[in-house]
Design a protein around this ligand. Structure first.
Ligand SMILES: CO[C@H](O)c1c[n+]2c([nH]1)[C@H](O)[C@@H](O)[C@H](O)[C@H]2CO
Length: 450
């Protein structure tokens, strides 16, 4: 057994997202989002589930903040529903929507919890999608205006801002693989979306600085770590393309002002390239204050130019390790390797783990307890790697567990549970799981033994 410690000012937290927990999809002036449209389309989400009610957090601010307070978190990462504050995506503001976020932020601050705000966690106003969505350059300025509204409205109250959650999901999972809203399957569109969201990110950061907003701003890519099947140049490059797809493609333009050359050449060989307009790359490369790392799993990849290798000629093979209930392989070492790679490549910037967690569908047992020991084991394994990274000089500043509570798991619907708190979707009763109490102990001690 060893003791795993964390710095005194380490920012312990949990994370959620608007469409996954809020519900109240058509209340108090909220506009429709692409996820309302997608989830209401038969066949898109398992069991026909949708976020109409979700965890009903829109009506349960005090109850949820009490869960956060009891947990002892220092920060709470949540996202804003863009169509709840700007029903048409731009123009007329919905004051009731802003008032909801003021209630949430004020309750957090009153309880000594720092709000960590994600501006965009996938719920684009449908009105903007109707004009081309992220495939259109018009959405760039719409996002910048939305960001400016939120910066001015919450200036001094919210001091940690994330522009985008998981650009790769916004672009490729949603517009090339078609698994998420709006469900397109078009590689050039996905490359266009990636570029437009990067320009939008840069414009928002630029306004954040120009407005003199106190605090910090960053972005949270989803970074799929890949381990080479064989120690050959072909397999190593196959892994670099996997990471390049989801991480470098976004972080290189921000940190270096250019797309990763090896990925540009890969796409150009296939006949695709980003729609760069003069001045775009300078806008994108606004300095940011941190990178948010969302880590859940890794893959083992090998070069395969055939169909099994897909667009990247990179085939995933099993790591041969245990999987969570959503089928993702558990590979905590991958978190360390990812943190190391990111620190070495981008100049050891401030990092937060903005998401890490596990899907285990343990249910209520006699006596109302939920014994999710597998989640405790998963969290412990990954926190060991986080502590190791800090000891090795990596500027890891905080950890936000995914998720505070079970919630709408996108195309999987409500069947996949990631929460420290169980939600009964019939009654909306929240029940703290064993992992909630374990994590509460880690936070209060700032160390744990394993
Ligand atoms: C490979 O996992 C991805 O990085 C990822 C996993 N997750 C995410 N991104 C999203 O940011 C969350 O909204 C999901 O609920 C959460 C759990 O699926």
């Amino acid at each position: 057994m060893s003791i795993h410690k964390f710095p005194q000012d380490f920012k312990w937290g949990v994370a959620t997202a608007s469409y996954q927990i809020e519900g109240a999809y058509n209340e108090d002036g909220r506009g429709m989002s692409i996820w309302d449209t997608f989830a209401h389309t038969p066949g898109k989400v398992k069991n026909g589930d949708n976020g109409n009610v979700a965890c009903d957090s829109y009506h349960r601010v005090e109850e949820d903040v009490q869960l956060l307070k009891d947990l002892g978190v220092k920060v709470y990462r949540f996202s804003v529903s863009w169509p709840r504050v700007l029903p048409s995506g731009r123009g007329e503001v919905n004051q009731a929507g802003l008032d909801y976020y003021h209630r949430l932020v004020d309750a957090l601050v009153a309880n000594g919890i720092e709000p960590f705000c994600t501006l965009y966690h996938w719920d684009l106003p449908q009105a903007l999608q109707d004009e081309g969505g992220w495939g259109s350059r018009g959405t760039i300025d719409a996002f910048a205006e939305y960001a400016e509204l939120m910066f001015n409205e919450f200036k001094g109250k919210i001091k940690h801002w994330i522009t985008f959650n998981e650009p790769w999901c916004m672009a490729f999972l949603s517009n090339y693989l078609g698994v998420h809203a709006p469900g397109n399957k078009d590689l050039q569109l996905a490359i266009d979306v990636s570029h437009h969201l990067l320009v939008a990110h840069g414009k928002a950061v630029k306004r954040f600085r120009e407005l003199g907003i106190p605090g910090e701003i960053g972005i949270a890519p989803n970074t799929a770590w890949a381990v080479p099947y064989r120690n050959t140049e072909e397999d190593i490059e196959a892994c670099l393309r996997i990471y390049g797809w989801s991480g470098d493609w976004y972080l290189d333009p921000i940190y270096f002002g250019e797309y990763p050359k090896f990925m540009l050449e890969w796409y150009e060989k296939l006949g695709y390239k980003p729609p760069v307009v003069a001045g775009d790359m300078d806008i994108i490369r606004q300095p940011i204050d941190f990178i948010g790392i969302n880590y859940y799993t890794s893959s083992m990849n090998r070069y395969n130019p055939g169909e099994a290798g897909g667009m990247l000629s990179s085939e995933a093979v099993s790591l041969g390790v245990a999987k969570t209930d959503i089928g993702w392989e558990i590979y905590a070492e991958g978190l360390y390797q990812l943190l190391r790679y990111t620190a070495d490549k981008y100049g050891n910037p401030n990092l937060y783990i903005t998401e890490n967690g596990a899907c285990y569908n343990d249910g209520l047992e006699q006596g109302g307890r939920i014994h999710d020991q597998r989640r405790i084991d998963y969290l412990a394994m990954h926190l060991i790697q986080a502590s190791r990274a800090i000891e090795d000089g990596i500027n890891l500043k905080g950890y936000m567990e995914w998720s505070l509570m079970d919630n709408f798991e996108w195309a999987e619907g409500y069947g996949m549970r990631f929460g420290l708190v169980h939600v009964d979707y019939d009654t909306l009763v929240r029940t703290k799981k064993d992992s909630y109490y374990w994590y509460k102990g880690v936070i209060s001690r700032n160390w744990f033994e394993r």
